[in-house]
Design a binder for this molecule. Structure first.
Ligand code: ZN
Length: 214
């Protein structure tokens, strides 16, 4: 059982991080903080500090830009992530990938389980693995449980691209990177992506690079 004393260093570290204005620096793959997993959030940050931390995550996500940021990506081992996706994509991509706009959300102590057995495979990337993308087959639909930043229970089914985002961010909180689940033969630089793999589905990439789709 954690005591308030045990909580002090984490809160102090977050205070230090927030002392600088603007987006927080994003930790890159290779830093053990992305691999250690996280503590459940249990009041380690008081409500005012939690609100400031969540706001800093939001600013960092927007600046990147990205559609989600998990606390370990800014070096904080707490089970907290933020997501938001305005989905600025052509209708064709939106339809193929189910990339519906996802309003800003704070995920506290999230975990997910699959709904049904359908899987969807698309290229995805990660702010902690800059310059690269790879195809990941993920559950097409998941049930996400946890809390929001006010401590209210969260129990929601996500589909399409938002389902992918919540799986990616929750995995970060368990010390996983998307590459752990990726088709490594699909690994493509951002330059290759722009030149070759702009199609709305990865079928052509699968054929040319030699990997299986579900
Ligand atoms: Zn990521």
């Amino acid at each position: 059982m954690a005591t308030p004393r045990d909580h002090a260093p984490l809160a102090e570290r977050v205070e230090e991080l927030l002392a600088a204005e603007g987006p927080l620096p994003i930790v890159a793959a290779g830093d053990p903080v992305l691999r250690r997993g996280t503590e459940r959030f249990d009041g380690q940050l008081d409500p005012a500090l939690l609100a400031r931390f969540v706001e800093a995550l939001r600013v960092t996500m927007h600046a990147a830009p990205g559609v989600g940021v998990a606390a370990p990506q800014v070096g904080v081992e707490l089970r907290i992530a933020v997501i938001e996706d305005p989905a600025p994509v052509p209708d064709e991509v939106r339809l193929a990938r189910g990339r519906a706009p996802q309003p800003f959300r704070v995920l506290v102590n999230p975990s997910y389980e699959p709904v049904g057995s359908q899987r969807a495979a698309y290229f995805e990337g990660c702010l902690s693995v800059p310059g690269w993308q790879a195809v990941v087959a993920r559950h097409a639909q998941v049930r996400l449980t946890g809390e929001d930043e006010q401590g209210r229970a969260l129990d929601e089914v996500f589909t399409g691209w938002p389902a992918r985002i919540v799986q990616h961010e929750t995995d970060h909180l368990d010390g996983m990177l998307y590459l752990d689940r990726a088709e490594l033969r699909s690994l493509s630089s951002n330059a290759s992506m722009a030149e070759r793999w702009t199609q709305s589905t990865p079928e052509e990439a699968a054929k040319e690079l030699g990997f299986e789709l579900p």
